[in-house]
Write a protein that binds this ligand. Sequence first.
Ligand code: MN3
Length: 214
Amino acid sequence: MRQDKYPFEAHPLPYTYDALMPVLDEETLHFHHDKHYQTYVDNLNKVLSEYPQLQEMSLEELLLGMEEVPVAAKAAVRNNGGGVFNHELYFASMKNPAGQQPEGKLAEAVNRDFGSFEQWKEQMKQAAVSKFGSGWAWLIADPEGKLVIVQTANQDIPDLAAYTPILLVDVWEHAYYLRYRNRRADYVEGWFSLINWKKAEKRYTERRKQVASS
Ligand code: MN3
């Protein structure tokens, strides 16, 4: 997780803009990364510029410490901080070619908690396709390592104090509309083929180790 502080800088994409073809095209990634994500970074910096007491906090500290954020800044920090957090995880959790299935401890957990990889995929797709309006579908792990699928609205995040984000898919129209128009299900189907399972497992097992040692 990033430890940098205000002023935050946008992370470059961890691949070239054409790397996720044919699922995600260059134009979509340019708009999504260079415009949408960059705007969340800029707007987060803008609100933090007025609150020196918040400028020493990392992004995660800000999102976990919302009670320290003054009322007038709460909505802006929540929306833009969430936008930064969600997009960084989203871009970082894709790879092409990925094309593999979960391995190791995460594969065991998927089978245990959903019955099979195919059943997990079906439920994840359902969560992503049925999210009303703009938001995200997530695979998260509770403190015991149990996997759960949840939806969040807008740029909201799950409770990071309790849950570890493993994967997420952006179902705002800007994530897919240029290439898929209104066919969100086709975009989500393509997204499955881009999941970087190796990184997902790393997120899962690192959290398990932290819990075991605390
Ligand atoms: Mn987005």
